[in-house]
Design a binder for this molecule. Sequence first.
Ligand SMILES: Nc1ncnc2c1ncn2[C@@H]1O[C@H](COP(=O)(O)OP(=O)(O)OP(=O)(O)O)[C@@H](O)[C@H]1O
Ligand SMILES: [Mg+2]
Length: 632
Amino acid sequence: MSILLLDQNTINKIAAGEVVERPASVIKELVENAIDAKADAITIEVKEGGLKFIRITDNGFGIHKEDVKAAFLRHSTSKIKNEEDLTSIMSLGFRGEALASIASVGRVELITKQEAEPVGIRYVIEGGVEKVLEEVGCPIGTTFIVKDLFYNTPARRKFMKTAGTELGYISDLIHKMALGHPEVSFKFINDGKIKLQTTGKNKLKDCIFSVYGMEVAKNLIEINWSFEGMRIEGFIGKPHLNRGNRTYENYFLNGRYIKSKVIEKAIEDGYKSKLMLHQYPFVTFHLHVDGKDVDVNVHPTKMEVRFMEEAKVFQLVYKGIESALNREALIPQVSLEKDKKETPMVYEPIPEPFEEKRKVIEQNNRVMPLFIHDAPPIDLKIETFSEEKQEENYIEKLEKKPVDEPLETPIETPIDTPKRTYKGDQVAMSVEAFRGSSAIRSHKVVGQLFDTYWIVELENEYYMVDQHAAHEKVLYERMVKKLRDKVEFAQRLLEPVVVNLSLQEMSRYEIHERLFIDLGFEVEPFGEEALIIRSVPFVFGKTLDANQFLLILDGLADSFIEDKYDILLDDIASMACKAAVKGNDRLSKGEYIQLIDDLLTLENPFHCPHGRPTIIAMTKYELEKKFKRIQG
Ligand SMILES: Nc1ncnc2c1ncn2[C@@H]1O[C@H](COP(=O)(O)OP(=O)(O)OP(=O)(O)O)[C@@H](O)[C@H]1O
Ligand SMILES: [Mg+2]
């Protein structure tokens, strides 16, 4: 068989496989191009899951008529000029292959005009073959229409799932794009119906509200942190917003949605003491990192990136999240009444892609978008999330919402009312309210319920303290402190423990040997693949099993974590206190008074080391309302 050089069209089709996997990938590429063209309004329309029809309209700066053909050539781009530019990319595209790929597997029509040109250009290219190039009258900006995707690659077409599944991928993608670019007004129309609309007012919280709804938008904590010239900003969910997988962890690097193990780990470590195992938080934040400190040229879809200094990125995210969470002391407050008033919704008009930017937003009427001949009349007023009460045009739409939503923190009411459950809500409490020496002086332990929950009265609030969680928390904090201060140091084991290790584990131990010694371990090699442990940090008492040691060693597996000592210390303390605490123990008066006093003086008394709340708060006001002593 002789070796042949493939023709350009075949090369394009092969390469298209990398960039254009499914309709959502076409949309990703075209929307990224629109953003790179500085559009601030982008409309995306699809039919039949994008397989039949995709139209993307933007109000960006358009393509010059002389460049239209070249834009569809492989490796042609206006975004970088040379190799050097590759090291500081701030645009979303730079490979110059998206349009070539899309045009090789679909029927593409492009209409575009730049501001300085009197007329625009219409260009049709199907399966990589040019069909039409003509002048047309059109507004400034660009419209791409892609029909019959994969019509000439039946093998790929066969792999496509149903329109419904493809639509799922598309919505997910557009949600991420909208969250990544709050400065752009996105409109997504599927089969003639508006699915998403964002304001483009550069308010991330509004975007989160448009995508995830009120429940999420109401339970956010702002995050804003800088470290070594990098910045993180956005919102993270209060811990109770957690999910069972990572779908709600959204983060953007210079406007690009990415996935990163370092960031994943930093997020989850940041929430470590607040969430249980296999619970993942809600986060949506932006990272601003200088283009030269990151390599985005790792994969054709550009979702993977390589940071020059992973440890610093880890610190930025970890510390940012930790400080945001600590700022808000999270005591779940239990309301005995359902909230009557919710945050008002604000309805505001938003612009269309071809409107003159931002200014010509008409106050009251409807505007039919250009090029969307078959879409129904569209009401341009959309919802935004607002915390301030707006005088004129808000509608208390939420009153119409069913109030009997599922309950997150079911609790039982006092004995004399029938059993009911109530909706728990996390409120930010002043850290000082239930902490510190003045709290110790003025609180009163009223009694205990079900051998588990202490009722504590403090000014106009009363608190329920879970004895088991409180005990664990106090013990844990005490252990961390002692370990850190090296108050009590090593304990000799009654019987030395032999731990068999893999070679990899062995070398991990060797790397971190110093930390183990510092914490009170006395360990010797025991042949090639085993260690013998003679002493352990005092917190283990006189026993330690091999599995515990392995778990501690596993915690050190990630190469990018700088603060290994803290992690080790954390693991040891939480492991030891788990072993030490038992539930439902009856405490003597002296013991429980001491326990609650100890809890009150902790830095963060509100969650046990495994993320469960230790304290829930209720107000006297709620109680008085319940007994109709006051009208509310
Ligand atoms: N909506 C648009 N508005 C203005 N110019 C555009 C638009 N879409 C594409 N272009 C121009 O066409 C060129 C080619 O686009 P293409 O997406 O193929 O490559 P790229 O964006 O440069 O790189 P990548 O392949 O990484 O996306 C761009 O560099 C840009 O100059
Ligand atoms: Mg591109």
